[in-house]
Design a binder for this molecule. Sequence first.
Ligand code: NAP
Length: 244
Amino acid sequence: MNKTALITGSSRGIGRATAIKLAQSGYNVCINYIERDDLANALAKDLCEKGFNAMTFQADVSDKAGVGAMVKEVENKFGIIDLIVNNAGVAGMALFQDVTDEMWERYFNVNLNGARNTIQAVLPDMIKRKKGVIVNVSSIWGMHGASCEVTYCCTKHALIGLTRALAKEVAPSGIRVNCVAPGVINTDMVQVLGQEVLDELAKETPIGRLGTPEDIANAICFLASDEASFITGQVLVSDGGFIN
Ligand code: NAP
């Protein structure tokens, strides 16, 4: 029987590439999104036409009740959830003194509480089955500081804390929890920087290019796989050498 993966924020970018790779690896993939039902549905349709199992699930990960309902819906369709990829995220820049309550709360609600919501909804079943894998998507800015990104940095540092602590707590229950820390990845999220800055960032990256969503999907899928069965509580940096 296929395993089932829930990938938050998989209508676009890193989540989308991850959903494709997991489908190719034999998972039923649950494509979560918040707004872009057009992109999510097109991805599911494309995967199904290729013979894979994929379905879309709309939910704002910051909404605990909404995430609970989504997880129930996934379980009704596929039985159990073997893998959660907490990828949905928001980012943006502001001087620290200009950070509003609204921005601070939204970033924490999506980037940190979103992961808490999905994990808390699925974990009781994983513990009962003594099996499960969780991969969180943090950032190199979850390990280092970035000017004008204090809010984002705080959420991504916290996600690494969640990963490390939860990994210890649930390892005896047969559950692994790891984190990927991407560098600059060429997705919609970084387009606000403009092409000139992106070209500069590519030059500053020792490997000489920006990352692709597929680069990060590969790291996520490795941590999800049995090849990583002795790895838990870790942060796998995939950044072309940027913060080395
Ligand atoms: P992206 O292209 O902006 O895509 C964001 C995805 O998250 C979309 O699928 C979006 O859904 C979804 N999403 C946003 N808020 C959501 C919410 N509240 N509930 C459910 N889904 C939500 O982003 P990306 O670059 O692929 O980034 C994915 C993850 O990697 C994020 O956690 C980000 O912080 C992290 N990351 C990215 C980079 C980078 O350079 N790109 C670097 C380090 C870490 P809709 O399509 O419906 O809007």
